[in-house]
Design a protein around this ligand. Structure first.
Ligand SMILES: Cc1cc2nc3c(=O)[nH]c(=O)nc-3n(C[C@H](O)[C@H](O)[C@H](O)COP(=O)(O)O)c2cc1C
Length: 173
């Protein structure tokens, strides 16, 4: 059986939830490991036939460790089947929810010159009660400007799980 490694970079857990769903799908045909980016060892990477990396956006950027990871493992990544996906709330807009149209994914790929075999973009979640005072105000302002939900008592999941499933199926091909 093929060995697949699913790596996540998350702050609030939505990217991890998506990775768990992918893990469940990939388990049908492969041995799958799920790892946080910072817990991922060189051995984990070398042992995998396919590497899937998912990362969320915060204030316009993926965590700096994501770019660092790609840069320090470029050679290894180029020699394997790879996939990358970004999780952000801009992707709830139909005109920004594909690898060709999502500004964060495009910018990230441009800045790393990495060329994964499969690309994905998923809308994330706004979970106001989880956020500290500053983040809550900032997100509320951004949501107000972009016609999103502004009730800070609410939690709003935009993730299209059918799209996650389709992405998972693509990873099996
Ligand atoms: C403090 C903060 C800043 C964020 N900044 C952005 C942003 O600049 N653009 C965007 O599209 N989404 C932004 N988001 C939305 C996150 O990408 C979304 O909540 C995602 O689900 C987070 O994934 P995670 O739970 O895996 O960290 C932000 C969320 C928070 C809490």
């Amino acid at each position: 059986m093929k060995k697949k490694l699913v790596i996540y970079s998350t702050t609030d857990g939505q990217t991890l939830s998506i990775c768990r769903k992918l893990e469940e799908i990939l388990r049908e045909t492969a041995v799958v490991s799920l790892k946080a980016l910072l817990d991922c060892s060189q051995e984990d990477l070398e042992n995998a036939d396919q590497i899937v990396l998912g990362a969320s956006i915060r204030y316009g950027k993926h965590n700096p460790s994501v770019k660092k990871f790609v840069e320090s493992n470029r050679k290894l990544l180029e020699g394997k089947k790879t996939a990358f996906f970004s999780v952000n709330v801009v992707a709830r807009k139909p005109n920004k929810n594909s690898p060709e149209t999502n500004p964060y994914l495009k910018k990230f790929l441009y800045s790393t010159s990495w060329n994964p075999d499969v690309l994905g973009v998923f809308a994330g979640k706004i979970d106001y009660p989880k956020y500290g005072f500053f983040d809550k105000q900032m997100i509320r302002l951004i949501m107000y400007i972009t016609n999103g939900p502004t009730d800070i008592n609410g939690s709003y999941e935009f993730t299209d799980w059918k799209k996650v499933e389709e992405f998972g199926q693509k990873l099996m091909r």
